[in-house]
Ligand binder design. Structure first.
Ligand SMILES: Nc1ncnc2c1ncn2[C@@H]1O[C@H](COP(=O)(O)OP(=O)(O)OP(=O)(O)O)[C@@H](O)[C@H]1O
Ligand SMILES: [Cu+]
Ligand SMILES: [Mg+2]
Length: 751
């Protein structure tokens, strides 16, 4: 299965987006397709054995649009994109000016006739029908060309889009007027007034072009988040080659290069410190506000700023593999994804347009039959067509999602898709992993007790065995034991028959002796006598320590007490989550006493302890079976299945790649406050989407009956078609303005 993102051209509204989506989905071999109207992109999942980019492009072509492959590098794409957008917007601006000036002339020229006033500064020839006909023609057929093209394409696919509505509405106004201009006698003979509506056709086109221009401006604004992120990148790097320092463009930096960084400089790419130490401001990438200390062996992230010291590092990731480039890619993908709520909006647009055309026709027929006045019938029909245009509907969700995901990135929260952004506000239960999530995940051995004491340097020998076996383990507890062994300067030896039993411990054979290290429960399962040290172990556990039992040749010889400090943010974040109305649960493989002690320290009441890694996902599913929307927060490889099983999987960015891949949301820094922010952001975004949908609909719903002339028999009110066009443009503008309001989102600290 392959993934592909293409740039789309020629879309005019949300129903274009859904018809492209349908077309691509109908290609054999395409598994999934998601078109984003706001981003003008389609992300496609397909089987490269069965279909290809060329086939997909041909399909999109046939549907009347264009699909272009997105260049790999984010930076190139940005350039191309900008050029395209620029020529497109210049073209649009020329049309807007033409339509705007002509509309103003026509409207002004019509004032004396409409009001019956004699205004000397408005020459009468401005109201000449023939002049109006000539002036309106370029507006109708050049400025409004895209509506005809769009309507025609839609017709070929047997659907109706907002282009259909605009093309029908303005054409009706224009050709009716042309008819009156040629045969005024026909109307006068019937006792009807021979008004023309050229200014209606022209100003509706002008207003819609204005809406489009504003929309483009807003679209440029919303991808600001990405541009900001990419702007963070350094332009050059000072690398050391053959003992010489030289400044090279970023593109020439290779993996393995040694880079020199001075105080105040930006770190160009990702790497590992090999000389010197410093503090680094990583706020722009991780959202972590305090500078982070770095020394030899520590990882540095490209785009972060070096503060105090001067150091050298070896590059490990460049180009599109850097942390920053991956964030950019992730945010782009998320901004292009579709929220479930949008599917609803799309469906509505799908049947809305044909329904409007039906209402418009009915309006015409009813008025014509009732009054015999073809002018009245035509004008009301035109109004209905124009006011009902659902263009704002297509903007309501994508704009909010774009701003919302961008805002997330700014706050160190990477949201993989609009779906997670939408779901996050519904979370009822939040399950927190203990190690690495609530705690720092940097366990240290604090206690070491052996049964036979120090006789014959027994203690050091046991430590040597323990550290030698644990050296083969990837578990943080294993690493802690190794570090402790190294600190005590024991020499590690070879291990035979190493085996790791997930959730229990490790074993292996050292110097002919079989060694086991792990939980109390495991030792008991193995049938070892643990009585002697149990009291001591309990005391350590009550102090939040994890106890690792050590058996040699089937006999318990020692225990190690391992402490893992709580993150400073944990308790506050747990409290904030509870205040948001969420149930907070702790999930851990560690023993119950240790788990309870830690849960108590951070204020969690409900815990699942001694859960084996393969049961973690089942615990989540059990909660879901109670009808709860469950979020899981974790960092380790053993959390990945649970992250995937949960409704919203939240990974800690400082954790493993596996966990990040299995999650829906990644908190770049380890700060748990990010969970609270993510939920607040989700709530804010959903509120914004609902407001947008309201703004998009209210004009249509309220406008259609008035446009159809419902109030005419009662009050003699009839909407001017110009006002109908204005209302439609205004609904787009209000949706956009509202979506941009989301940019003011600020995480709130709950205390
Ligand atoms: N390499 C190891 N050395 C010693 N003990 C181990 C080892 N691996 C696992 N254990 C024991 O098994 C227990 C459960 O391990 P597991 O990896 O499931 O959870 P954890 O990492 O302690 O906690 P969490 O689920 O919060 O990450 C550990 O608490 C530890 O006692
Ligand atoms: Cu519209
Ligand atoms: Mg763990």
């Amino acid at each position: 299965m392959d993934n592909l993102t293409v740039k789309l051209q020629g879309m005019s509204c949300a129903s274009c987006a859904s018809s492209i989506e349908q077309a691509i989905k109908s290609v054999p071999g395409v598994i999934e397709c998601n078109v984003n109207f706001g981003m003008e992109q389609a992300s496609i999942q397909y089987d490269s054995q069965k279909t290809s980019l060329a086939t997909i492009q041909a399909t999109v072509d046939a549907a009347g649009y264009k699909a272009l492959p997105l260049p790999e590098m984010a930076a190139d794409e940005d350039d191309n994109d900008r050029k395209n957008r620029k020529s497109e917007s210049q073209n649009l601006q020329r049309k807007l000016w033409t339509a705007g000036i002509i509309s103003i002339l026509l409207v002004v020229g019509g004032i004396p006739a409409m009001t019956g006033l004699h205004l000397p500064f408005i020459p009468a020839w401005l109201h000449n029908f023939w002049l109006q006909l000539v002036l309106t023609a370029p507006v109708q057929f050049w400025c409004g060309k895209s509506f005809y093209i769009g309507a025609w394409k839609a017709l070929k696919r047997r659907v109706a889009t907002m282009d259909t509505l605009i093309a029908l509405g303005t054409s009706a106004a224009y050709f009716y007027s042309v008819f009156v201009t040629f045969f005024p006698g026909l109307f006068i003979a019937q006792g009807l007034n021979s008004s023309v509506y050229y200014e209606v056709a022209a100003s509706v086109v002008a207003l819609i072009l204005l809406g489009k221009t504003l929309e483009n401006l807003a679209k440029g604004e919303t991808s600001e988040a990405i541009r900001k992120l990419m702007g963070l990148q350094a332009k050059t790097a000072r690398i050391v080659r053959n003992g010489q320092e030289l400044e090279v463009p970023l593109a020439q930096v290779e993996i393995g290069d040694i880079v020199q960084v001075r105080p105040g400089e930006q770190i160009p790419v990702d790497g590992e410190v090999i000389e010197g130490y410093s503090t680094i401001d990583e706020a722009m990438v991780t959202g972590e506000s305090l500078p982070v200390k770095k020394q030899i062996g520590d990882e540095v992230i490209g785009a972060t700023i070096n503060k105090t010291g001067s150091f050298k590092f070896r590059t490990t990731r460049i180009g599109k593999d850097t942390f920053l480039a991956q964030i950019v890619k992730m945010v782009q993908d998320a901004q292009g994804s579709k929220a479930p709520i949008q599917k609803l909006a799309d469906e509505v647009t799908g049947w809305f347009v044909p329904a409007v055309i039906a209402v418009a026709l009915a309006t015409f027929i009813i008025w014509f039959n009732a009054t015999g006045n073809i002018t009245l019938a035509t004008v009301t029909m035109v109004e209905v067509l124009i006011i009902a245009c659902p263009c704002a509907l297509g903007l309501a969700t994508p704009t909010a999602v774009m701003v919302g995901t961008g805002k997330g990135a700014e706050n160190g929260i990477l949201i993989k898709g609009a779906e997670s952004l939408e779901l996050a506000h519904k979370i009822q239960v939040i399950v927190l992993d203990k190690t690495g999530t609530l705690t720092e995940g940097k366990p240290t051995v604090t206690d070491f007790v052996t049964i036979k004491g120090t006789a014959n340097s027994n203690e050091l020998k046991l430590l040597k065995f323990a550290a030698s076996v644990e050296r083969n383990s990837e578990h943080p507890l294993g690493e802690a034991v190794v570090r402790y062994g190294e600190f005590q300067e024991v020499i590690l030896t070879d291990v035979k028959d190493f085996e790791a039993i997930a959730g229990s411990g490790v074993r292996g054979v050292v110097e002919g002796k079989s060694i086991a290290l792990g939980t109390l429960r495991w030792m008991q399962e193995l049938g070892f006598d643990t009585d002697y040290l149990e009291l001591r172990a309990k005391a350590w556990e009550s102090a939040s320590k994890t106890v690792v039992w050590m058996a040699v040749e089937g006999k318990i010889e020692a225990i190690l007490g391992i402490a893992d400090a709580l993150k400073p943010s944990s308790a506050r974040a747990v409290k904030a989550l509870q205040k948001l109305g969420l149930e907070v649960v702790m999930l851990t493989g560690d023993n119950r006493t240790t788990a309870e002690s830690i849960a108590h320290a951070v204020g969690i009441d409900r815990i699942f302890a001694e859960v084996r890694p393969d049961q973690k996902a089942a615990k989540i599913q059990a909660l879901q079976a109670q009808g709860k929307i469950v979020a899981m927060v974790g960092d380790g490889i053993n959390d990945a299945p649970a992250l995937a099983a949960s409704d919203v999987g939240i990974a800690i960015g400082t954790g493993t790649d596996v966990a990040i891949a299995a999650s829906d949301i990644t908190l770049i820094s380890g700060d748990l406050q990010g969970i609270v922010t993510a939920i607040q952001l989700s709530r804010a975004t959903m509120r914004n989407i609902r407001e947008n949908l309201f703004f998009a609909f209210i004009y249509n719903i309220a406008g259609i009956p008035i446009a159809a002339g419902i109030l005419y028999p009662i009050f003699g009110w009839l909407l001017s078609p110009i006002i109908a066009g204005g209302a439609m443009a205004f609904s787009s503008v209000s949706v956009l303005t509202n979506a941009l309001r989301l940019r003011k989102f600020q995480p709130k600290y709950i205390t």
